[in-house]
Write a protein that binds this ligand. Sequence first.
Ligand SMILES: *Cc1c(COP(=O)(O)O)cnc(C)c1O
Length: 344
Amino acid sequence: MSTVVDLRSDTVTKPTAGMRKAMAEAEVGDDVYGEDPTVRRLEERVAAQLGKEAALFVPSGSMANMIAVRVHTEASDEVILEAMGHSYAYEAGGMAGISGVQARPLPTPDGLLSPEQVEAAINPKNAHFARTRLVIVENTSNRGGGTIYTPEHIERMKQLTERHELALHMDGARLWNAHVALSRPLDDFTQHVASVSVCLSKGLGCPVGSLLAGTRAFIERAHRFRKMLGGGMRQVGILAAAGLYALDHHLARLEEDHARLARLTGGLAQIPGLSVQPERHPTNIGFVELAPGSPDAKSFVERLRALGVLANATGTRSLRVLTHLDVDDASIERALDGFRRALA
Ligand SMILES: *Cc1c(COP(=O)(O)O)cnc(C)c1O
């Protein structure tokens, strides 16, 4: 472990020795010909875990979400999603560029849409309006601070979308964290959605890779759009092997990331000049507000960096911190010390 504590993102992890060995030893074939046995195993395993008929390995979560939007919609349809949601805010306008749809972003305090809020935003079926077609829920919510849609919340969303004949997609980049935090089976969260994307490159610690899961018919169409976007890959079992390894070795341990985030936010909440609400951060993502009178977030982040602690400024007064595979107990102590000194 280096002495720098990197709390910027759970994507900064380096593959472990065990993961690299699994990658080096992977049995591979040309996946564009459907001949990579390791990719097949990963797709089948993840589809089964998510309770879906089929899954497709793709290079990134952004591509998984963009393909899902493309399959579920036609050009000029409207997609309802949270205003800071990844598919809206962080995919380079992909839903507009790739699918020609428009977004209806709805603001929330915690990243979680309520069925009532979604229902109020559905357009009337009338020639004046874009056809509301799809709702996206992000579980866990990144900008909400790692917040969780419970299976019951998703079920209520499903009842609403069914009533209005809308598709429901879950951006489950960190669904693994929700599963571990609530000790509920993965398919409790996904049984009510038509499609779900999951990332291997976040808390699970893989260098690359996401999967998109749904019905067999959905995945057949998704496969075509993956090719169109340039996401067909060849001996990609090398990456799928990392995913299989991560599911065996890095899934249950997400609990440690959650415990460390709680220690971090609990400790930060004790520091004068910082405002943190640990109870609003049930998984591995936390937000820290700087009190009026303290430095702005950008210069505070520079001070932290000089002390060997990396965090991202997310607003003029707010920072985001995450825990992951490469943050251990000692890192939390060093981080707390860094925050104290940066404020002193
Ligand atoms: C990281 C992330 C994604 C996918 O990001 P890629 O970098 O494209 O893999 C999707 N949704 C959420 C909520 C994310 O945090």
